[in-house]
Ligand binder design. Structure first.
Ligand code: CO
Length: 470
């Protein structure tokens, strides 16, 4: 019998980043992660995604943890596994464009503290916004993975994906990821998409999706059969719903086929056993809302990410206009069209969503315009794949001239200013980066850290004085 060519599919384990970001409001602490990483390190994962995205902000803001310290601890524990992070291009891990010097320094410090693979994306798929981060990653000898935000719309044809894949390879990326943050990619569309990408590039293809619309594991199956090299999964207790397909399920799906991962199921079961009580507790406390675990078909119907839908509900609740939910849902695609049909992902999802809410509750389209909407229309986030609606643009920015260059070309170096501003709190080089991204939150964290240290010093002093009474 002819030997079938083996092509084991590789798995990125997301339980330490995207899974708890999607299901547990990013509240998993370092302490909850450390006891299990020795076992996770034995699985043979392609990588463990464990840093970046919203984890940085959430560590500082809610958990009062230094995210850099978390990274170093994870690095110490994962002796054989590559560590991966999510990086928002010129936005780094924040919501605005930063100067190149900040982007470069952030990449340098991420790699120095233990990251191997940096997944870099831009919310408009404007690849000019990825250049600095990709170059910096290569310079630090890291693996630069460029992620394209998957979305639907007139502009997003197979030709679009094929072409942009080619450009990404030319940029020097080491791999290409399709980032389907909303779970819009259906199984047969995935088959076509992967074939198109493979025509455009020889780079390894990684597929990242969410279970929100209920199709994700079928999508992975079709994608892998079409030649997709890497899939992103989460251990079952924190899988499904708005998170990823379950690792164990995908591993067993491919068992005995040419795509067999070879991972040990009993080891995976032990790891799942560890995360199960974390899930149970989160369900009890309400941190994990059972609502997000079901199928949300509205994401396919309105092509809106699940997280955006829940933001919408809370924005409307605050304004006492919950009855306008349906109207806002219908306004979102119209605003998206006016804004050049961008993918809906942080921060473009917030901008489009907020504008749609304002259009509906004010009773007149673009009567109320948040400053972020102005920025997008001024070209300050970059170029959209389709042109803006000229009439809407005029209404929003008047006679101002929008920029057409890469937005960061207009930003002066920022590090010296940030260094000065946070000098009094600084205990490590990396503190300036925490401060650059989230000045108020970082300052509060630095003050908390100092107070804790004083407390520890005081306890030690008290102990000493008891040992040596004066
Ligand atoms: Co995701």
């Amino acid at each position: 019998m002819a030997e079938i060519e083996k092509k084991p599919v590789k798995i990125v384990e997301t339980v330490l980043r995207d899974a708890h970001q999607s299901l547990l409001a990013t509240r998993m602490s370092t302490e909850q992660m450390l006891p299990i990483i020795e076992k996770m390190d034995k699985v043979g994962y392609h990588s463990v995604e464990c840093w970046g995205g919203a984890t940085f902000d959430a560590s500082l803001r809610f958990l009062k943890e230094d995210p850099w310290e978390r990274l170093r601890k994870l690095r110490d524990g994962f002796k054989n596994t590559k560590l991966q992070m999510l990086f928002r291009g010129q936005n780094i891990l924040g919501y605005n464009h930063y100067a190149d010097d900040v982007v470069e320094y952030f990449v340098q410090k991420s790699i120095a503290n233990g990251i191997d693979i940096i997944r870099i994306f831009d919310c408009l798929n404007d690849i000019r916004n990825l250049e600095t981060a990709v170059k910096a990653t290569k310079k630090e000898k890291g693996h630069a993975q460029i992620a394209l935000c998957y979305t639907l719309g007139d502009a997003y044809t197979l030709d679009y994906w094929r072409e942009i894949a080619k450009r990404i390879e030319d940029m020097g990326a080491d791999s290409l990821c399709i980032k389907d943050m909303a779970g819009l990619l259906t199984p047969y569309a995935a088959d076509e998409l992967v074939h198109a990408l493979k025509e455009g590039t020889t780079l390894p293809i990684d597929l990242h999706t969410h279970y929100t619309s209920g199709v994700a594991s079928m999508t992975y199956l079709k994608a892998v059969e079409a030649g997709c090299d890497i899939i992103d999964c989460a251990m079952s207790p924190l899988a499904l719903g708005t998170s990823q397909p379950a690792t164990e399920v995908m591993v067993e799906t491919f068992r005995g086929t040419p795509y067999d991962t070879g991972y040990d199921l009993s080891l995976l079961a032990e790891i799942a056993e560890y995360f199960r009580p974390i899930r149970e507790k989160a369900l009890e406390s309400g941190l994990l809302n059972p609502k997000v675990l079901g199928v949300n078909i509205k994401t396919l119907q309105y092509q809106v990410p699940g997280g955006m839908l829940s933001n919408l509900v809370s924005q409307l609740k605050e304004a006492g206009k919950e009855d306008k939910y349906q109207e806002v849902l219908e306004e979102i695609p119209r605003v998206r069209k006016d804004f050049g049909e961008p993918p809906l992902v942080t921060p473009s999802s917030q901008i489009v969503g907020t504008q749609a809410v304002m259009n509906v509750i004010s009773g007149e389209r673009y009567k109320l315009v948040p400053k972020e909407s102005k920025k997008i229309m001024m070209g300050e986030f970059g170029q959209t794949v389709k042109p803006f609606n000229a009439e809407v643009q005029k209404k929003i920015i008047g006679d101002a001239t929008p920029i057409t260059c890469r937005p960061a070309d207009l930003i002066e170096p920022e590090l010296p200013k940030f260094e000065k501003e946070c000098a009094q709190w600084k205990q490590q080089d990396e503190d300036v980066l925490s401060y650059a991204l989230f000045p108020a939150v970082a300052k509060e964290f630095f003050q908390y850290r100092e107070a804790q240290q004083t407390k520890i010093d005081q306890t030690a002093a008290d102990k000493d004085s008891k040992a040596y009474p004066v």
